[in-house]
Design a protein around this ligand. Sequence first.
Ligand SMILES: Cc1ncc(COP(=O)(O)O)c(C=O)c1O
Length: 367
Amino acid sequence: MKIPPFLLERYFASHEFNVRHLLCASDCESMSVGELLALEPGAEERFSRQRLGYTESPGSPALRQAIAGLYVGTGSEQVLVHSGAEEAIFLFMHAALQPGDHLVVQSPCYQSLAEVARSIGCAVDPWPMREQEGWAPDLAELRRLLRPQTRAVVVNSPHNPTGFHMPLAMFREVVRLAEERGLLLFSDEVYREAEYREKDRLPAACDLSQSCVSLGVMSKSYGLAGLRIGWLATRNTRLLEAVAALKDYTTICSPAPSEFLAELALRHRQSLLRRNLGLIRDNLQVLDGLFERHPERFSWRRPLAGPVAFPRLKGAEVESFCDRLRESSGVLLLPGSVFGDRDNHFRIGFGRAGLPEAVARLEKALR
Ligand SMILES: Cc1ncc(COP(=O)(O)O)c(C=O)c1O
């Protein structure tokens, strides 16, 4: 298999663990194993008795049940657990696509959502999002992009990196289009439940139609990326079986300690979400202040949901700005070029503690 480097992951591989202030993370603040176990009496005792043998390949029944609790019309049998969302993307693409298929992918995007399909020999068209339109993609443009060879449409809401979130009517129309044309809709919902207002939460795509596959993960809204637990949920049984058959060649099954902890975390997810949404709200106010004070340096479009946004730097080249900031102040921002962006945007992340100090350092560096 030939696939180009994953630019965002390579950038993080070079810098993530060498800087003092990570101001571009897309996940929310994490917690220790001890803190997680303390959420439930007896959990520590049970965890210490967890056997470390192989686990069930689709995921433990208890974990799949807990995941199915996030959906209304999709049951635990329709959930397939993976090692992070990344494995799920890779295996979905390999199970669903063939060389020559055509895909439309909401863009800019997390690179694997387009790149894995390209590496299989598919033609990929971006469904563009533009800053001047509040990052909203255009439904008429999506209709125009569909061809007879189109096999799947890929969407992501809340969106990384722009912070855009689809209105319900737009999301329903995308689902309707997929159904009407007999396409698969791959809905990357890894930032689901990180909406600032509960009423903005979209239904999970897997609950809306059999044509849809929902992607979920413990990493983002729940802040538990180190568990490496993600999943696909779909009522398309044939597709799920095809993905499961490929998983035998990648991870086979998930780590038992991670399955235990993910299930525990999902049972207490409201308390994790309360903490992380609190951080997001407070941090957004700090960012509002920063961008209000420096309108000549940045253009700021407040995100609609999730822990990331995509401001634009004015008057300097964003990659060298990020390099200088990292070297002088130990603050890491992510240049938009890793998303293929050519308009001087950068990603900022605000789901973690410590943001006010990182912003203070950034502001000092501006002066
Ligand atoms: C939109 C999107 N999908 C999938 C992933 C992969 O998630 P994970 O690293 O937990 O596998 C990410 C991670 O940044 C993401 O932003």
